[in-house]
Design a protein around this ligand. Structure first.
Ligand SMILES: NC(=O)c1ccc[n+]([C@@H]2O[C@H](COP(=O)([O-])OP(=O)(O)OC[C@H]3O[C@@H](n4cnc5c(N)ncnc54)[C@H](O)[C@@H]3O)[C@@H](O)[C@H]2O)c1
Length: 437
């Protein structure tokens, strides 16, 4: 374990809390500051404001090294000040940096040579602007480092403690080394870069992952038209060592708090600089269409959806989290309601509060499928792996499963008495026959 430092963190969201808990685990003293009083009170009581495995345990284990506060002055004696605030999209698609600027404006009197470390995802060029802003505020003695975060919700602690890489970009070499030193005790290569390149690494990595998702989703759609099975195709493609198997799982389209906003922000960043990022524009469009394809699948089986009861199974944008930001379930629910369907929804942890009005959120899978004309698997929760059961069969008015995550085995599901359609998987003639309307 390296030397212990005092670290201040702005933002007690996914990134701020995971960063704080993991640095405390590494032996650092950590002060986490947020502006939402309820969040801070919960954390002070030992409760975690969102669902993320391992975080509660880490907070408990390192309680004596962690404090939570609303008062910005409590971070005044920290050597490192991590910015982990949200950077949502504006109407134009650009990243909204207002919270980042608030942090810069709010910084208290700081002595010594503390370093402001940007973990929030920001457009390329932000570091240069923040550097100028710090200088203008008379904070030239404060260093600036870009240290983007790559954790994925659902296994965020694992990603932080065993990263594929740590990226550190700075204007001064000594700042790179100081921030890299905080990660002593963590295995993983450190990529040392200039600030602009560090910012671009984050945006490019996300864009590449989204490209893979949209690519395999388009292959899935072609598989549907040609009677091929995308699961087999992805297996065969992914074994090529030049390609690898990650992010080659066809499905309902990506969502979440990062991919949709980061892709828009990179597209806007390019177009503001005079470049039309064609490939990324297509990736975004393919993803939007992918979410809507589920409606076409339902109609192929049920005809008009007016008055039909549809169970939405899974609301979070992916398994392992209660985060519903930009979740495909929201788009699906809105489209189903617009088609006149009755929607019952279930999720083991997400509370469904961001669903459109009119969706009935229920407490169990069985309640959701009761009397349903179709059940749609929206999130790949392990709890849904046993969906094709006799209980479900008896409960549904029409035993049809539309599997937006290719979670179930098509043959087993059909053998259990269900109509089944996944993403990019061959249909049986029986599956494709629409009901009379
Ligand atoms: N969630 C992820 O999986 C993930 C992964 C990598 C990077 N990121 C990026 O990290 C950043 C944070 O993401 P998140 O998911 O943790 O966001 P979040 O919305 O969960 O948390 C942000 C927190 O910052 C707080 N905040 C806002 N202004 C503040 C201020 N002035 N002082 C202190 N706290 C303030 C908010 O109240 C909120 O609690 C974003 O830029 C995001 O793109 C997120």
């Amino acid at each position: 374990m390296g030397n212990s430092s005092k670290i201040g963190i702005f933002g007690a969201g996914w990134v701020g809390l995971v960063t704080g808990a993991c640095f405390a685990e590494l032996g650092h003293q950590v002060v986490i500051r947020d502006i939402v009083p309820e969040k801070i009170s919960m954390l002070q009581r030992g409760e975690v404001p969102f669902h993320e495995q391992d975080v509660p345990e880490l907070l408990r284990r390192n309680a004596e090294r962690l404090t939570f506060t609303l008062d910005v002055n409590d971070i005044a004696d920290c050597t490192f000040l991590f910015v982990c605030v949200d950077t949502p999209p504006t109407y134009s698609g650009d990243a909204d940096l207002s919270r980042v600027w608030t942090v810069v404006d709010e910084l208290p009197e700081l002595s010594g040579r503390p370093i402001l470390v940007m973990k929030s995802t920001v457009p390329v060029g932000t570091g240069e602007k923040v550097r100028a802003g710090l200088d203008q505020r008379g904070l030239s003695h404060v260093g600036y480092v870009s240290n983007p975060e790559f954790l994925a919700e659902g296994h965020a602690v694992r990603d932080f403690m065993a990263p594929d890489r740590v990226v550190v970009g700075a204007f001064q070499a000594k700042d790179v080394e100081a921030v890299a030193g905080l990660y002593d005790g963590i295995e993983g290569p450190v990529v040392r870069a200039d600030v602009n390149s560090a910012e671009m690494i984050k945006l490019a990595a996300n864009a590449f992952l989204m490209t893979r998702i949209s690519f395999i989703n388009e292959i899935a759609n072609v598989c549907e038209a040609t009677d091929a099975d995308v699961v087999k195709v992805a297996e065969g493609v992914g074994l090529d060592h030049r390609l690898g198997s990650h992010f080659l799982r066809a499905g309902i389209g990506y969502g979440g708090s990062c991919f949709p906003k980061d892709s828009l922000a990179l597209k806007q960043l390019a177009s503001n600089s005079g470049y039309h990022f064609q490939l990324l524009s297509a990736v975004i469009e393919v993803n939007e269409l992918q979410k809507r394809r589920m409606i076409g699948k339902l109609k192929r089986h049920l005809g008009s959806l007016r008055g039909k009861r549809v169970a939405l199974l899974g609301l979070a944008f992916k398994a392992g989290t209660d985060d519903m930001r930009e979740a495909p379930s929201i788009v699906l629910a809105s489209r189903l309601l617009a088609e006149g369907a009755e929607v019952r929804a279930w999720d083991p942890v997400a509370n469904g509060s961001s669903l459109p009005e009119g969706v009935d959120v229920v407490g169990s899978v069985l309640e959701a499928v009761q009397g349903a004309d179709a059940a749609v698997i929206v999130t790949e929760w392990p709890e849904l792996e046993g969906l094709a059961s006799a209980e479900t069969l008896a409960a549904m008015a029409n035993p049809l499963i539309i599997d937006g995550r290719n979670l179930l085995d098509p043959e087993e599901t059909r053998r259990a008495g269900f109509g089944y359609e996944g993403i990019g998987r061959p249909l049986l003639a029986a599956d494709a026959v629409p009901q009379t309307v």
